[in-house]
Ligand binder design. Structure first.
Ligand SMILES: [Zn+2]
Length: 72
């Protein structure tokens, strides 16, 4: 049996713009920051990055957050 590699995406909450990690097969996600429900289908949610593994995704997320903090 092969381990199932879940693909991850980095999304930006349309309401508070908080960057967070989700699994790509997630249909809806509750924002960890403002607790609004983000629907993945047909919404204006921004997907900033898609990764093959949660580990890779969290590294990219860290970079994006650093860049965001610097641009302020
Ligand atoms: Zn939010």
């Amino acid at each position: 049996m092969k381990p199932i590699q879940k693909r991850c995406a980095i999304i930006q909450c349309p309401r508070c713009e908080y960057l967070q990690l989700i699994y790509l097969d997630t249909k809806s996600h509750r924002c960890v920051f403002c607790e609004s429900t983000i629907k993945m289908k047909g919404s204006r949610v921004k997907i900033l990055h898609i990764s093959k593994s949660p580990r890779d995704a969290s590294m990219v997320l860290m970079k994006l957050k650093q860049e965001k903090a610097r641009s302020k």
